[in-house]
Design a protein around this ligand. Structure first.
Ligand SMILES: Cc1cc2nc3c(=O)[nH]c(=O)nc-3n(C[C@H](O)[C@H](O)[C@H](O)COP(=O)(O)OP(=O)(O)OC[C@H]3O[C@@H](n4cnc5c(N)ncnc54)[C@H](O)[C@@H]3O)c2cc1C
Length: 120
């Protein structure tokens, strides 16, 4: 990104989840290699053209924001990840993403809940 050769997307918002980000529903199901991601994202700047997306899993919906435990960096060409553009007046692409069993492993984890603390 810093070299200007890759475009990122930040995929938090979902079709039914906007301001109340603690309610996200994207799930990471454990599998032998790590997890598979399942869910939908909408209104994502640079989707579906980005080279990779940062997204988040909700581990425990009842725990609200404390249940959003992991951030993943997912390359756009990962199997099971698809996107469509949304027609919108904006100076950048905007679209929706579907995570249909997208495989991720520990090397795709960029942050866990304990790593975003208020330490200075
Ligand atoms: C051009 C554009 C680009 C975007 N890019 C991205 C992106 O790159 N990645 C991404 O993840 N999302 C993106 N979004 C989505 C954006 O972050 C959401 O639209 C935003 O989180 C608000 O969600 P919502 O539209 O569902 O509105 P809602 O959450 O339904 O809110 C509707 C209205 O109610 C108000 N409101 C909500 N809750 C409360 C409350 N508790 N008290 C008082 N008022 C409240 C809000 O301020 C707002 O005015 C983008 C949206 C747009 C328009």
């Amino acid at each position: 990104m810093r070299q200007g050769t890759a475009v990122a997307g930040f995929a938090l918002t979902e079709p039914d989840v906007g301001s109340d980000a603690a309610a996200i529903q994207l799930r990471a199901r454990p599998c032998a290699a790590g997890w598979t991601l399942h869910g939908h994202k909408k209104w994502i700047t640079n989707a579906p053209d980005a080279d990779f997306y940062v997204t988040f899993r909700a581990h425990d919906r009842d725990a609200r924001s404390r249940g959003v435990t992991t951030a993943f960096l997912v390359p756009a060409d990962r199997p099971g990840l698809s996107g469509v553009p949304i027609e919108f007046i904006a100076d950048h692409p905007i679209g929706a993403l579907t995570f249909d069993g997208v495989p991720v492993d520990r090397s795709d984890v960029i942050a866990r809940s304990t790593e975003g603390s208020s330490r200075r």
